[in-house]
Design a protein around this ligand. Structure first.
Ligand code: NI
Ligand code: MN
Length: 228
């Protein structure tokens, strides 16, 4: 599996299918590509905040991709003529031969429409993706919670995508504890350095977490090839 980071919380997982997570491309100062250049089969959205929902509607339409998100957000997206599968925390779906499990995240969520009206978009979530026998846990925007141990125990992620930027999510100290709870083989930090408010040194996270698992630091646009 190839894991490409487009900056912030946006990753493209490339294996037998292409799975794009949280495509915040337009307006992301670090995004290495334009939204219209991205090809995908599935889009996963962790919550309705603009820096996660991002270009979901445009990308899904252009690629005839299936969007998967929590029920309340799916009700908003279905009105935008997107093919969307709404689900809820704790469940799994099996589109196109991959397994997607929705797991909790400790955060907030809303959705702002074109008129500036704020709508409820349901709970924020994380996802565990299983494709080609490899499991990736995208934690979403989240604070630390001890049930991450259950996510580790039940789904045994090979790779964990973990926010370290602080302020809106965990900072480095909490992210290291999250890695200790989940026990992935590889951790990749995300949700930092996009804006001055979330400036963090990923090398500091690496130093602190590297006795727990391998830490891979990507630059936006870079990819990591995982072979089990
Ligand atoms: Ni958020
Ligand atoms: Mn965010």
């Amino acid at each position: 599996m190839r894991i490409i980071w487009f900056g912030h919380a946006c990753f493209l997982l490339e294996g037998s299918r292409r799975i794009l997570i949280d495509p915040f491309i337009t307006g992301n100062p670090l995004a290495p590509k334009k939204a219209e250049e991205i090809r995908t089969d599935i889009v996963l959205v962790t919550h309705g905040h603009g820096d996660h929902l991002g270009d979901t509607v445009e990308i899904a339409k252009k690629n005839n991709a299936l969007v998967i998100c929590i029920h309340e957000l799916s009700r908003i997206l279905v009105k935008k003529d997107v093919e969307v599968l709404g689900m809820n925390i704790g469940g799994s779906v099996y589109p196109m031969g991959v397994k997607i499990t929705m797991v909790p995240a400790l955060h907030s969520a809303d959705f702002e429409d074109e008129k500036g009206e704020i709508l409820s978009s349901g709970s924020p979530v994380g996802f565990v993706v299983e494709m080609d026998g490899i499991r990736v846990y995208h934690a979403g925007d989240t604070g630390l919670f001890s049930d991450m141990k259950l996510i580790g125990e039940l789904y045994e992620p090979d790779i964990m995508l973990v926010p370290i930027g602080n302020l809106y999510t965990m900072g480095i100290k909490e992210a290291v504890k999250a890695v200790e709870f989940v026990k992935p083989k590889i951790a990749i930090p995300m949700h930092y350095n996009t804006f001055p408010l979330i400036e963090k040194d990923p090398e500091e996270f690496k130093r602190e977490a590297e006795n727990l698992c391998k830490v891979i630091i990507l630059k936006p646009g870079e990819s990591y090839e995982y072979e089990p």
